[in-house]
Write a protein that binds this ligand. Structure first.
Ligand code: SAH
Ligand code: SF4
Length: 384
C-alpha cells in the first residue's frame, strides 16, 4: 500500500522514471536515487517525518555515500525502518570487474531487471602522486544509433536507463575512491563524462535529472563544468541542452568531414546532416559560452587522409571549438581498423598547420576492452 502511494507520488513528480519502469516492465521497487530532490522531500513527509529529514537523507546518500540505512545513524530507527519498507537505496549490482595497466577500471553492473551496463573509472596523473579521476557513465542499455565501429552500437538497443541507474554508476565509484582502508588517502571524482554505452541525448529527461542531482548542492555537488555530455549529433537534444541553466560540456562525435562518409560511420547523420549539425554546435557556444569538442576517431584508410584533415578544418573553421583525435579501439568490422600511429600524427599536424585546436587522446584501458561496450560484448558472448 505504502509503496503504491509512493509510486503515485513519483508519477506526479517525475513521470520519466514511472514511464520508463512501466514501459520496460521493471521491478515494482522504488529506488531512492531515481527520485529528484522534490520527490525525496515528498517521500519523507509521506512517511510522517519532518521535511528537514530529506536533507539529512540526501546527505547520507550523496555526500557520505552510504550504501544502507544502517549507516544513517543520526536518523531515528523508526524512520529508517519505514524507509526500508518504502524504498530500495540503490539500483546496481557489480558483477564483473577488470583493471587495465594504465589504471582504468571497468565494472559491469547488473540492473534491477537483469540487463547489464558497463562503467569505466579512468585515472590521470596530476601533480606528484595525485591522480585525477574521470567516470565514464552509460545512459542506455545498448544504443539505437548503430555506429558500425562501436561495440555498443552492434548490440542493438534494449532500453533507456533511469536517473537512478545513471547516478548509481557515479556513486559506486565515488564510494570506492573515498574508501580510506588499506592506508589509502580518500580520493574523489573530478569529472563525469557521459560517454559510456548509449546515446545520452536519446534519453534526455533521465540524463538531465541525473545531471541536476549530481550537480545539486543537496545532491552530489559536482560542478556542471566538470561534466561532459557526448552525442552522435542529435540536433534537438543539442538545442535543448543549449537552453539549460546548467552549462555542461558538449562533445560531438564527428568522425567524418563529409556527409557521404558520416552517413556510414554515424548513421544518424542521415537525419541530422553536417550543414545542420555544425550550426547547432555554433549555437551551443553562442548560448552557453562553452567551447564544443569534436571527437574524431581515426580509422585506417577510411577517414585519416590529408584531404580529409583539410575538409575537417574547412568544416569547423572559425568556430570556438576543440578537436579530440582518438586512436580508435579495434572493432569487429574488418574495414574499420585503427589508423597506424604515424598517420594519426600526420593528420594531427595537418590540422594544427591549418590553425585547428586539437589534441590526441590516447584510448584508455586498451588491454581490458575498455572501448564503449566492449566488456559487455565479451560478457554477452560468454554467457550464450
Ligand atoms: N553515443 C555517444 C556517447 C557514447 S560513445 C556518442 O557517440 O558520442 C562515446 C565515444 O566513444 C564516442 O565518441 C564514440 O564515437 C566513441 N567510440 C565508440 N567506439 C569506438 C571505437 N571503436 N574507437 C574509438 N572510439 C569509439
Ligand atoms: Fe551509440 Fe555512441 Fe556507440 Fe554510436 S558511438 S553506437 S552513438 S554509443
Amino acid at each position: 500500500m505504502l509503496t503504491s502511494i509512493i509510486i503515485h507520488d513519483l508519477k506526479l513528480k517525475s513521470d520519466i522514471i514511472y514511464c520508463t519502469r512501466i514501459r520496460y516492465n521493471l521491478t515494482m521497487s522504488v529506488f531512492l536515487t531515481d527520485m529528484d530532490i522534490a520527490a525525496v522531500k515528498k517521500l519523507v513527509v509521506s512517511l510522517g517525518e519532518p521535511s528537514y529529514r530529506a536533507k539529512q537523507l540526501l546527505d547520507w546518500v550523496y555526500r557520505k555515500l552510504a550504501v544502507s540505512r544502517d549507516e544513517m545513524t543520526d536518523l531515528p530507527l523508526s524512520f529508517r525502518q519505514k524507509l526500508a519498507a518504502a524504498v530500495t537505496p540503490h539500483t546496481l549490482t557489480p558483477i564483473r570487474e577488470v583493471k587495465a595497466k594504465d589504471g582504468t577500471v571497468k565494472v559491469l553492473f547488473s540492473l534491477p531487471d537483469g540487463k547489464t551496463v558497463e562503467t569505466a573509472l579512468m585515472q590521470f596523473s596530476s601533480d606528484g602522486n595525485k591522480h585525477r579521476y574521470t567516470i565514464c557513465v552509460s545512459t542506455q542499455v545498448g544504443c539505437p544509433i548503430g555506429c558500425p565501429f562501436c561495440a555498443t552500437g552492434q548490440q542493438g538497443f534494449e532500453r533507456n536507463l533511469t536517473p537512478g541507474e545513471i547516478i548509481d554508476q557515479v556513486l559506486y565509484f565515488a564510494r570506492r575512491l573515498q574508501d580510506k582502508s588499506n592506508g589509502r588517502e580518500g580520493e574523489k571524482v573530478d569529472n563525469i563524462v557521459f560517454m559510456g554505452m548509449g546515446e545520452p541525448l536519446a534519453n534526455y529527461s533521465a540524463v538531465w535529472q541525473a545531471i541536476e542531482m549530481l550537480n545539486a548542492k543537496d545532491g552530489f555537488g559536482l560542478s556542471a563544468r566538470s561534466m561532459t555530455v557526448s552525442t552522435a549529433g542529435l540536433i534537438p537534444g543539442i538545442e535543448r541542452l543549449s537552453g539549460e541553466k546548467l552549462q555542461v560540456g558538449l562533445a560531438v562525435s564527428l568522425h567524418a568531414p563529409d556527409d557521404k562518409l558520416r552517413n556510414q560511420l554515424v548513421p544518424v547523420n542521415k537525419k541530422y546532416p553536417l550543414d545542420k549539425l555544425i550550426p547547432a554546435c555554433r549555437g551551443y557556444f553562442a548560448q552557453t559560452g562553452r567551447r564544443v569538442s569534436f571527437e574524431y576517431a581515426l580509422f585506417d584508410g577510411v577517414n585519416d587522409s590529408i584531404p580529409q584533415a583539410q575538409a575537417l578544418a574547412d568544416l569547423i573553421r572559425g568556430m570556438n571549438c576543440h578537436v579530440n583525435l582518438i586512436s580508435a579501439n579495434s572493432t569487429s568490422a574488418q574495414t574499420l581498423r585503427p589508423s597506424p600511429r604515424s598517420r594519426v600524427l600526420v593528420f594531427q599536424q595537418e590540422l594544427k598547420n591549418l590553425g585547428i585546436n586539437c589534441t590526441l587522446r590516447q584510448s584508455r584501458g586498451q588491454d581490458i576492452d575498455a572501448g564503449c561496450g566492449q566488456l559487455r560484448s565479451r560478457f554477452l558472448t560468454q554467457s550464450k
